[in-house]
Each structure stands twice: as structure tokens, then as C-alpha cells.
Design a protein around this ligand. Sequence first.
Ligand code: GDP
Length: 197
Amino acid sequence: NFRGATFEQSAPSIHQCPPENGLEVAFAGRSNAGKSSAINTLTDNSKLARTSKTPGRTQLINFFSVGEGQRLVDLPGYGYAKVARAMKEEWQRNLSEYLQERDCLQGLVLLMDIRHPMQEFDSMMINWAVEVEMPVHILLTKADKLKRGPANSTLLAVRKQMQAAGVSDLVTAQCFSSLKRTGVDDLKRKLTEWLTP
Ligand code: GDP
């Protein structure tokens, strides 16, 4: 029940996450990839993701409940202005630890702007996930910015890259647009698959 999603709590680090009960799916992406918009579109609730845009909260992990023992997790965006290197390293450590240690995590939704997919951060996240056999679902966001042909070519290129890396069993991909509401049903299907015990 994605429309009934409610904000549960924030955690400043992986070590202060709520207890592991039920199942979780996490959302990650470079800042400006369209993560807040996607969560808003998915849940039909513009106030939800705004929570995570509150200044000071951007570095927090935000937990949303979408049902009994079912959570969506909004991971901090990456690429905000001038984050000190030490902080960036700590943040990276946090993210990789979360992927490694969070047993109730079922999958990772990784958002990338369709106009420049597979940046350094994206590959890093995929590598960490694949290392611990965590499934990844790539959303090529703002698909409305490209015509159908180029959008499909980008999707195929990303899939091909995953095949070449031998990880296409773990990493799936789709186009998505919050503006045009395209790909919402495919995303819901994937999330339901992951969140069903
Ligand atoms: P976040 O930093 O990843 O949470 O990204 P936001 O959701 O705040 O979106 C960043 C910018 O991209 C905003 O200006 C949005 O209006 C825009 N945006 C997000 N999704 C879409 C989309 O599907 N289509 C278009 N054209 N713009 C989008």
C-alpha cells in the first residue's frame, strides 16, 4: 500500500537504524537524480519526501512504513555541493555498511538521470550491492527528457553493460518519469516482489 506510506523515523547512521523487523527496500541516487520526486509519485504524497529535504536531514537515512513490517528507506543523496572529504568518506562507509549489514534489506532502487547514467557513484553502489548479492533495480529517471527512441537505447545500453559485467541476474533496469508518471506500475511490481515475505 504505497499510497498509505507514512514517515517512521530518521537515523543519523546505520548504527542507529530501527530494529530489523520485516522487510526493507532502499532508494539511492546522486542528488538531483529525482529520488524525492519518484518517492512522491510512488506514494502519491508530496509531503513524504519533503521530509528528507529538510535542511540538516539530507544526510540522514529516512524510514517510511508502507505496511506492517514493510519499509521504504530513503538513503542520503550524493553529490551535494562541497562536502568535506572526511565526511564523504564517512558517508560512503555508512552506505556500504548499510548494504552489507542490514539483513532485512531486500533490494536497492538506484536512480540515475537518463541523460547521464552510470556515473562513478552509480557504479560504486552497484559494485557494493553485487558484492553482497543484493538485487538492484535501476530507474532511469526523467525519461520524458528524451524521445522514446533515445530513451530505449539508453535502457538497452545499461542492460548490455550489466550483461557484460555478468550481473544481469541481480541488476534490472527500467525507464521512469515522475512528470509523465511512466514506469510507476513496473516499479510497484518490483517493490511488491521484494517486500512480499
Ligand atoms: P533528488 O535530489 O534526487 O531528490 O531530486 P528531486 O526529486 O528533487 O528532483 C530534482 C529536479 O529534477 C527537480 O527540479 C525536479 O523537478 C526534476 N525532476 C524530477 N523528476 C523529474 C521527471 O520525471 N521529469 C522531469 N522533467 N523533471 C524531473
